[in-house]
Design a protein around this ligand. Structure first.
Ligand code: COA
Length: 202
C-alpha cells in the first residue's frame, strides 16, 4: 500500500506524515507485557500472532509497579531463544510510557493480548477501551490462551519455583534453569531424588 500525497505537497516537496493506515505495506503487531519471565502461555500467543502478522514487536514494560526478577535483557533472551525460527519477524523493545504512543512510533496497527479466563476479561475490556479512546486507529486483538496454560502466570511460576516446586512444561527449559539459579535450587533434571521427590539444596 502506498501513501497518497497531495499534488500541492508533492510540488512543495513537503509532505505531512500520512495517516497511520496509509503508509503500510507490512502488518505490525505489538505484544506488550512484563514477561517476567515468559511462560509457555505467552509463547503460544506470540506464535499465533506471528502467523497472522508480518512482524511482531514484543514490548517489555520497564517502569511498572512490579519489580521484575529478571533484567530486560534476560527476559528478551528467554523469548528470542524460545522462538529462533522467527528471528527475522520478531523484535524486542523495552518501553516506558503509553502503549499507544509506542505503537504509533513503531507503525503498529494492532495490540495483541491473551485471554486466559473470565477473570481477565474485565481488565482487558477496560485496557482495550482506554487504548482505543487514546488511539482509535489502533485495535486490540485477543487470543484465547490454549487450554494447557489458562491458569499460568509469571508470578505463579515464580512462586512455585521459589518454593522448590516443579515448573517444567510451564516455561521454556532455560527459564526453569534460570529460576532455579535465582532461587538457588537444583533444576528438576539435576536435583537428587529421594523417596519424596526433589530436595532443596539449601
Ligand atoms: N500465559 C501466561 N500468563 C499470562 C498470559 C498467558 N497467555 N497472559 C497474561 N499472563 C500473565 C502475565 O504473566 C502476568 O503475570 P504476572 O502478573 O504474574 O506478572 C499477568 O498475566 C498479567 O499480564 P498482563 O496483563 O500482560 O500484565 P503485564 O504486567 O505483563 O503487562 C502492560 C501490562 C505493560 C501491558 C500494561 O500495563 C501497559 O500497557 N502499560 C503501559 C502504560 C499504558 O499504556 N497504560 C494505559 C493502558 S490503557
Amino acid at each position: 500500500m502506498t501513501a497518497k500525497i497531495s499534488k500541492a505537497a508533492a510540488r512543495s516537496g513537503k509532505t505531512t506524515a500520512p495517516p497511520i493506515n496509509a503508509s503500510r505495506s507490512t502488518s505490525v503487531a505489538v505484544y506488550p507485557g512484563t514477561f517476567d519471565p515468559i511462560t509457555n502461555g505467552h509463547l503460544d500467543i506470540l506464535e499465533r500472532a506471528l502467523r497472522l502478522f508480518d512482524r511482531v514487536i514484543v514490548t517489555l514494560a520497564v517502569n511498572q509497579r512490579k519489580s521484575p526478577l529478571f533484567t530486560v535483557d534476560e527476559r528478551i533472551d528467554f523469548i528470542a531463544n524460545a522462538l529462533p525460527t522467527y528471528k527475522d519477524r520478531l523484535s524486542f523493545k523495552a518501553f516506558d510510557g503509553l502503549l499507544v504512543d509506542f505503537c504509533r512510533q513503531n507503525n503498529a496497527q494492532v495490540i495483541v493480548r491473551g485471554l486466559r479466563a473470565l477473570a481477565d476479561f474485565e481488565y482487558e475490556f477496560q485496557f482495550a477501551h482506554m487504548n482505543r479512546r487514546l488511539a482509535p486507529d489502533i485495535d486490540t486483538m485477543f487470543f484465547m490462551t490454549d487450554e494447557k496454560n489458562h491458569y499460568v502466570s509469571s508470578s505463579l511460576v515464580k512462586e512455585v519455583a521459589s518454593l522448590g516446586g516443579d515448573i517444567t512444561g510451564l516455561v521454556p527449559p532455560p527459564v526453569v534453569a534460570a529460576l532455579a539459579a535465582k532461587y538457588n535450587q537444583a533444576p528438576p533434571s539435576a536435583a537428587p531424588k529421594g523417596p519424596r521427590g526433589r530436595h532443596r539444596r539449601r
